[in-house]
Design a protein around this ligand. Sequence first.
Ligand code: SF4
Length: 384
Amino acid sequence: MNKNELIIIEGRSVADMALELCRRGDLADMIREKCGDGDPLIALKPNLVGPIPASDGATTHPEIAEAVLSYLKKNGFKRIVVMESSWVGDRTSDSLLVTGFGEMCRRMDIPFWDLQEDRGSAVDAAGLELNICERVREVDYLINLPVLKGHCQTRMTCALKNMKGCIPSSEKRRFHRMGLHDPIGHLAAAVHQDFIIADVICPDLLFEDGGNPVQLDRMICAADPVLMDAYGSKILALEQEEVSYIRIAAALGAGCPDTSQAEVSFYLEKRGHEHGTKIRYVRAEVPSLPWNRDPGGMLIRLREHVDEVDSCSACCGTLIPVLQKLEQEGKLDQIPDKICIGQGYRGKTGNLGIGNCTSRFCHTLKGCPPTADEMYRFLSQLDV
Ligand code: SF4
């Protein structure tokens, strides 16, 4: 496929759709074009942010990875791995269990690299030194399988931010201290993604850790992560400028954010009239954008209760759904002060804080990060 192409597919047969995208994107030819006729090391990088099933809207459907693995094996590729590290606070091994990726890799006889167990080493990422897992640098061809979804700090996450799973946990914390956008943009210059299938089956359009899945039954294929994310921002009704890492990655040469120059094609799943008839994908008109991600302005409302400075995703991403639950129970307005969260509060004093970074506050919840249950109990039983 060309760098300026986006192929969108809509249907209910997740594995068939992923296979169709591999074929329509000429994945096997693209690998040979880049790596020659040898035996390249191919890595699939899903989003296994935490032990959350794909049906909750946060993690990649294992059926997508399985279909890509079947396609690669059928096309004669032998050296294939799946790699990921979950976010700070959760173990990748737990994510493998809950998402079904562990079982799928065993069944497909594919090694899984838990990057939480890997060492990082310093890399010059277009003028910014970043610590990147060493095994990632062994990969010849990287197939990125992100989820297009909302994010409580960067507004969205898709192809570019999914590469954060390729760095050690200590570096993830540093990314948050650096404000996320700049290092994510630079990471795109250091870790090259070759082929992308974004999971848009049932994403949570607001939160990175899911819980509010919206059934969209789609996947998007691209060869350019910047174009993919630029188009993703349109789907989520965001202005591209709101997601600064897209602009930064583009400026560093990682891709083109100009969706007006993109060749977009859209395919719809069709089944025959009789039960069991083969599935086909037929070209159709590209659907209009965007989908309304936050009809009631819920995210804006909830964020008004939070003062966040350089928070890790695991901390902020857990807090916002807890606030949503408190709001539904009519308890949110009883919280008497803004809730401070993030590494920017380390060593500082204040009134109400969540996480070890606010340990010097009058009212603080320990944990790095605290769990959703702990946050819920702490905030609902506050006596400030
Ligand atoms: S307590 Fe601080 S360091 Fe720990 S997860 Fe939360 S923001 Fe990150």
